[in-house]
Every structure is written in C-alpha cells, then in structure tokens.
Design a protein around this ligand. Structure first.
Ligand code: SER
Length: 584
C-alpha cells in the first residue's frame, strides 16, 4: 500500500459511513490572521465547529495539507517533518464517541488490517474541567480493544486545543506498537521512547476555552479527528523513517547519487524542505522577510545550504524539483499545474541566497578572525543579527559555519533582536495595510475612515468587547474583521449601518494628534495590537465618536464618505466575524 492508497481508502471508508468528502483547504489560511499556515484539518472548519451550518452537512471527511514549523530545526532526524498530510473526519453536532471510536477501530483493523495486538489507545483521565472519560474506554473495550491496551492520561496527553484559545476537548489517541523492546517496566504510549507511535487522534470537542482559561460548553458536540498520513504509511510499510517510503525514497536516492559525501541528515533536510517549499509555493506562498514569507525563505535557504554541504551542484535544483513533482503529483495534481512557478520561485530565491552567501562569507571571516584574536568562544547576538540583517545570513547558517570553526552563537541574544525587528516590520506592514500606503487613492482613504466608524458603531451595537482583528481595503470595497461570538442579526447589521450613515451625515471633523502610547491608551483610544506600536503614536479622532491609534491617512470630514452599505457578514475564524461593505 502507498500513501495515496491509504488516503483513498480513508475517504472511501468515511464516505460509506455518510460523510461528504470536502477538498483540502490551501496551506495558506484564507481567513485566519492568527496562524501562518494551516496546521490541522480542523483549522479551516472552526466556524462550523462553533455552530455555523456547513453547506455539505454534519459529516465531513478530507485530507488536509498542513505545515507546522515549530520543529523546523529538528528536521533531519528520523521523524520530524514541516509539511505533512492529515486525514480527518468530522461530526458537526452529529455522532459522538460511540460511532467515532467504532469507525476508527474498524478502519484500523479491517481496512488497514492492523492486528489488534499492535494497537493501544489512551483516554482522558479527568480533572476539574472535564470528567474521566470512562465512556470512551468502555466503547474501545466493546469494540475489541484489550483492557490492558487502554491507558488513562491527563491534559498534557489527552486534551486537544489549537493554541491557547478555541474549541477543544478530551481526546482519545491511537498508537501503533513498532515491536521495539520496551524502554522500561513503565514503558507506555506516553513515554516517547519510540516503541509506541501515535497514529490517530479523535477529539471530542465539547468545550470552548477563552484566553483567560475559562471553559464553557460549545453549542454542539463535535468530533474532530486527525490521522498523520506519512507516519501511518511508514508504519504499514514497516519502514523506520518516512524517508524510506515512496514519498521521499526516489529523491533521497537521487541525492545520494549526486552527493559527494554521506551526510544523511543533510539529504533529509533537502528532501523535506524541498517538498514543503513546493507545497507552500503551489498554494501561493512567496519568500519574504516577514511571517510566512520568512518561513518559506528559511526553508529554501536551509535547503540550499545543505545542498552545498552535500557538495551538490546547485544547478541540479530544477532537475530535483522536476523529479519531486513527478513523485508527488499523483497526490497533489496542483504541483504539476504550478511546475514553472515552483521552479522559478525556488531558483530565484536560491540565487539571491548564493549572492548573500558570497557577500556574507567575507564578513563572516572577519568576524571569525576578530573572535579568535579576542580568544572568545561565542559569536554574540548583535553580530549574528547584523549578519542576518545586513548580509541575509540566516542564524542557522551562521551557527553551522560557527560550528565548523568550533564556535557557538548566542541564539538568545539573536532572537531578542530578531523579535524587535519583526515587530517593527510587522508594524510597518500593518500601517501599510491599515493606511493603504500602497494605494492612497481618495476611495481607499474614504474606506479607511469608514473602518473607524464601523468599529465605533459595532461597539455601540454589540458591546465594548468588540475589537478590530484585521481589515483589507481596495478602492472598491472594505473588509473589516472583528471579535464577536455570534452571527449578527439583521437588526444589528441595520443598526450599525444606520449609525455610520448618521455620523457621515453629521459631517464630523477628523483630527489627528501625536501622543505617548500610554496616554493614548489611558485616554481610551482603540488599538489593534498594542505591543506593535512605537512609544509615540498618532491618534485619529472622528468628532467624539471614534478615537484610534492609526497611521492614517484619513479624510478631513466624514461628509466626504457617501452612503455606507453592509453587503455581507460572515464568519472569519474562531470568534472573529467579517463584514464586507461599500460606500456608494
Ligand atoms: N485536531 C486534532 C489534531 O490535530 C485532531 O485532528 O491532532
């Protein structure tokens, strides 16, 4: 069986159990500013887990392309991947534990043919937030799971939430026993020694956790499951690593042929980062110095650096990409469609990096000479940052080169400076975004002022807790994202619209002043991300109805705006709604 066969079996199985197969959402979330990439199958489904009606019904299944970057530095070992595919099935207020567990058991044992003895499961042990999940344990037992293969663990192991806030609940996880020797008498699925490998996770999503750590019950009881495809594929083929399966094997082999040395970790990094980069580019990602663009840049640059380490001619890159597309396009036909773009983006980024390396290496040599003359062991954070900021040297490259010289780098010092830098550049891009610096046409400026009015109106209509979560303005329309836990009623929409039009009619003056950030906040000025603003801020006031930290520009008087009309109101992401509006 190959990965694609597992995927097809999965979708067919759940389809035969009344699920609608929905397409994978893009890796770059469409409506969720809170994450860089789609990291789980449930992520694009959050509005529906919170109660919105899904057009395809209450039973869904899909394969979801995912990127998780927390472990990027671990890639090269035998298991960490930045890109992976998650198979999932969902019940949106439909079936719950009984049916979910029975379907999982049948799929694993009958469809995939895994002997029961090789399976173990874990369930939630209970605490002050939710009871011990004896129900799941009973269902597993009835399905045929031996009692001594059922383990109870606490929140660390058996509770699932994406991030700090959102829909969540106890989960039951399924483990595959690799047959390795137990690490100790206490060896169990949570010990992490590698004997037991987690393959599937069914979350019984009944709760919503707020940022303050308060749990409340969701409107409906959902099931959210996730099965890691590469992992399952590796286990079923009896392979030690995903790199030994058909997904990576041909590229690993080609890299071995081309390499002048035997560095397995570098080969894995090249193969893994190449696949990730291709998937991100194919879904519209492009390298840059901020956020997801920076992740992609790091992936491509790290891959290039390891091609260098393997002493592989960088002109081989287009051939490696072609080979990889040939391997993967059965699973991801979009790669074939985007073949030229993928090659172009990766090769261009590689070229930029090569230039950077040539410049930077000279600088690096100077640094090394100085450090050695001064008899130091460590390159300090400031220098690592300068190499990054001025010469484009990613810290991991500096670190690799430093290691070759027997030196360490001050990563903490670097990270501190890097964070400051990112905040500054994010602020810049927010300002651009918010203020429409890229397009300062009279229309966008009007819309910009309208977002402030709408923000103020929503606070009156819905409540003080409404805050802006994002906006997007073109000369034709505005989009405004705001925190709110419910779909607006027609009456609420009408009230907000009327208020904005009322303020437009009142011809309110728009004024701007500079003040200290603390003073602005204590005067009650609204702001989206407080930590992103400098100490002295500009504050725009509209009559006495609105006061916001903002980079501008704005109209001089609300009478310039025309008639404000809300065209659409919809869910954007967990707890965030979106209004599309026009000025006529
Ligand atoms: N959301 C859960 C996970 O990512 C189940 O899909 O593990």
């Amino acid at each position: 069986m190959k990965a694609i066969d597992i995927r097809n079996k999965y979708l067919k199985f759940f389809e035969s159990h009344g699920h609608k197969v929905i397409p994978s959402a893009p890796l770059i979330p469409e409506n969720d500013p809170s994450v860089l990439f789609t990291t789980a199958g449930m992520q694009p489904l959050v509005p529906y887990l919170l109660g919105e009606k899904h057009p395809e019904g209450t039973r869904l299944t899909d394969y979801q392309k995912c990127v998780r970057t927390v472990d990027i530095d671990e890639v090269g070992d035998n298991r960490h991947l930045t890109y992976f595919e998650m198979l999932g099935n969902w019940s949106l207020g439909d079936y719950f534990k009984e049916e979910s567990i029975k379907m999982s058991f049948d799929f694993l044992t009958k469809e995939l043919g895994i002997p029961v003895e090789k399976l173990s499961v874990t369930v939630f042990a209970g605490d002050e937030d939710a009871p011990r999940d004896e129900e799941s344990a009973r269902i597993w037992k009835e399905a045929g799971m031996p009692e001594d293969h059922i383990y109870y663990f606490g929140k660390d192991d058996n509770w699932w939430i994406a991030g700090e806030e959102g829909p969540c609940g106890p989960d039951t996880e399924m483990f595959y026993d690799t047959g390795k020797e137990p690490c100790s008498k206490e060896c169990n699925p949570s010990c992490g020694c590698g004997k037991y490998v987690e393959v599937w996770n069914n979350v019984f999503m009944e709760y919503y956790k707020t940022k303050d750590g308060v749990y409340s019950k969701l409107k409906q009881r959902n099931v959210d499951t996730g099965l890691g495809l590469e992992r399952m594929n590796m286990l079923l083929q009896g392979k030690e690593t995903p790199y030994d399966t058909e997904i990576f094997e041909p590229i690993m082999k080609k890299l071995s042929e081309l390499a002048k040395n035997d560095d397995i970790s570098s080969r894995r990094i090249v193969a893994e980062h190449l696949r990730s980069s291709m998937m991100i580019i194919s879904d519209g990602g492009r390298p840059s110095n901020v956020d997801r663009g920076y992740v992609l840049r790091r992936l491509i640059r790290r891959m290039t650096r390891h091609l260098n380490k393997l002493q592989i001619d960088l002109n081989e890159l287009p051939n490696l990409i072609d080979l990889n597309i040939n391997i993967l396009s059965e699973m991801y036909p979009e790669l074939e469609k985007n073949r030229d773009t993928i090659k172009q983006v990766i090769v261009e980024e590689k070229d930029k990096f090569v230039k950077t390396l040539t410049h930077g290496e000279k600088e690096f040599e100077k640094v090394i000479t100085r450090i050695k003359n001064e008899n130091l062991q460590k390159i300090d954070g400031q220098v690592v940052f300068k190499l990054y900021d001025t010469y484009g040297f990613p810290p991991e490259v500096t670190s690799d080169l430093a290691h070759e010289q027997g030196l360490e780098i001050d990563m903490n010092g670097f990270e501190k400076l890097f964070k400051e830098h990112q905040e500054k550049s994010r602020m810049g891009s927010d300002q651009k975004f918010k203020g429409g610096l890229a397009d300062q046409s009279p229309e966008t400026i009007c819309y910009h002022t309208a977002t402030h009015l709408l923000n103020a109106a929503l606070k009156i209509v819905i409540g003080k807790d409404v805050h802006q979560k994002g906006s997007n303005i073109t000369p034709e329309r505005m989009r405004f994202d705001f925190s709110c836990d419910h779909k607006l009623t027609d009456e609420e929409k009408k009230k907000a619209e009327d208020l904005v039009n009322e303020w437009i009619k009142q011809a309110l003056p728009v004024t701007v002043e500079e003040m200290k950030k603390e003073d602005a906040i204590s005067s009650g000025a609204e702001c989206m991300f407080i930590e992103k603003y400098p100490d002295i801020v500009t504050v725009y006031s509209i009559g006495d109805v609105s006061k916001e930290l903002c980079g501008g520009p704005h109209v001089k008087n609300t009478s310039e705006l025309g008639i404000f009309k809300i065209k659409k109101e919809e869910a954007s992401s967990a707890g965030v709604r979106r209004i599309k509006a026009v000025l006529e």
